[in-house]
Write a protein of this length. Structure first.
Length: 201
């Protein structure tokens, strides 16, 4: 494994995950509501989707790429509608102090929701394909594996950093503040979804 190429790929994964968007807002909300472990479960789903797209781009799996890109309209439509539902639920929800202990079995559900929402952006394949073409001087199977592994590591690193920062500061937030965070986050998610639906139109 080319160590330098792995670190470049890791930085790409970090850069892809770091911008504040709907996934970051959902992860922050889940961390504040249920703790760092729950936030990491969500983040792992996003990182797994980044890994999927990176692998598709790196290995040049054109059949899968074509199917995903051809279904962009319907995939983005479903993803945007799901964001609306989640945004409304978060905005209208209440902050419960014992909430963390009441949802012990929802980790896989959060993982797959995060994975599905992130996968609802097929043009990401083109982004990763362009990045891979620009950083890879030799198109080899080992380099493709290194690229995908680095992207996953970088994306996961970001979610570890984010959930750690949020969980450390959660104690400073009183219930009224958390309630307003929910309101703002939910409204922002609905706005992201509205933008997604507008681009489809």
């Amino acid at each position: 494994m080319d160590a330098w190429f792995f670190w470049k790929s890791l930085s790409i994964g970090l850069a892809v995950a770091a911008p504040v968007g709907p996934m970051s807002l959902l992860c922050i909300h889940r961390t504040l509501d249920r703790g760092q472990g729950a936030g990491l479960e969500f983040g792992a789903g996003v990182a797994a989707a980044d890994l999927t797209y990176a692998a598709i781009a790196a290995f040049g799996v054109t059949a899968i790429s074509s199917v995903l890109l051809a279904g962009t309209f319907w995939i983005k439509l479903v993803g945007s509608l799901l964001l609306v539902v989640l945004g409304v639920r978060i905005a209208l929800g209440t902050q419960q102090s014992d909430n963390r202990k009441s949802i012990s079995g929802s980790g896989w559900r959060a993982f797959f929701i995060a994975y599905g929402l992130t996968m609802a952006n097929p043009p990401t394949i083109l982004f990763f394909a362009g990045i891979f073409a620009s950083v890879a001087s030799i198109a080899s199977a080992s380099q493709s594996v290194t690229f995908a592994a680095g992207v996953f590591a970088g994306s996961m690193l970001w979610w570890v950093i984010l959930t750690t920062l949020v969980s450390k500061s959660a104690a400073a937030f009183r219930p009224p503040v958390l309630l307003w965070i929910n309101r703002i986050s939910g409204t922002a998610l609905v706005a992201y979804a509205a933008y997604g639906l507008a681009t489809l139109a």
